[in-house]
Ligand binder design. Structure first.
Ligand SMILES: O=C(O)CCC(=O)C(=O)O
Length: 233
């Protein structure tokens, strides 16, 4: 940031969600507490931090927001740790649809934003990876920002990072930091993960944070990991 008064510490929690939702929430909470005790004032969790990543899991793990266990935990945790907590994403049940949803809480525990992934991850790289989020998920409709005492933040989820138009819209709205909870894979991760974060930063002259889940070689979807924060330079 340009002046000292604007400096703050952002932590990315690269946790490893498994099949036990209660354990996933406990582990995420422990890591957020650890980040806060190391001075983080803004903390992000990764995409699908409460469930394994995959279309077969979304209907089982989805919850209402903000009235489900995962979102309640986020609100209480933000208040306890006095952080801005970017709740990665969870599969959200809303009416008869499921969304990939990020909710953000302020240090007082109040909800500041609810963002539903705009661009669903539908991909077919022959012989490598086929994934169709739209089989199960519905796309969101609205970009979302939130304000802190330091600057405005813009939100995207994973595949959204491939769309410079969304980042440019946030830049035009005055965002200085873009946060993308994510879970790239072993095919597109090495090819594009770092490239996209650096591209969005240089395009828009913003800080870009990509927060991934950790890699589990035995999972049905093996994540790339490599959470990173990139400066405008
Ligand atoms: O864009 C990619 O290569 C990966 C995207 C992804 O995993 C997601 O949107 O969840």
């Amino acid at each position: 940031m340009a002046t000292k008064a604007q400096k703050f510490r952002l932590a990315l929690v690269q946790c490893l969600p498994g099949s036990n939702k209660v354990k996933n929430l406990q582990r995420a909470a422990e890591m957020v507490r650890e980040a806060a005790s190391n001075g983080a004032q803004v903390v992000s969790l990764p995409e699908c931090f409460n469930s394994p990543y995959g279309t077969r899991y979304f209907p089982e793990y989805c919850e209402p927001v903000p009235d489900g266990d995962s979102t309640r935990m986020l609100s209480e945790l933000a208040k306890e740790t006095k952080t801005y907590l970017i709740g990665g994403s969870i599969p959200e049940k809303y009416q008869d649809k499921i969304y990939n949803t990020c909710s953000v809480f302020g240090p007082d525990g109040n909800q500041l934003a609810l963002y539903r992934k705009l661009h669903l991850f539908d991909i077919d790289v022959p012989g490598k990876i086929k994934f169709t989020e739209s089989d199960v998920l519905s796309p969101g409709q609205t970009p979302q920002t939130f304000d802190t005492e330091w600057c405005k933040f813009g939100l995207g989820i994973c595949y959204d990072a491939r769309f410079p138009e969304l980042a440019g819209l946030y830049r035009n709205r005055g965002c200085k930091v873009l946060v993308y909870p994510g879970a790239f894979n072993m095919t597109t991760g090495p090819a594009h993960w770092e490239l996209l974060a650096r591209a969005r930063s240089v395009d828009c002259q913003v800080y870009t944070a990509f927060c991934s889940v950790a890699r589990d070689e035995s999972a049905t979807y093996v994540a790339w990991g490599h959470s990173l924060i990139v400066s405008p330079w």
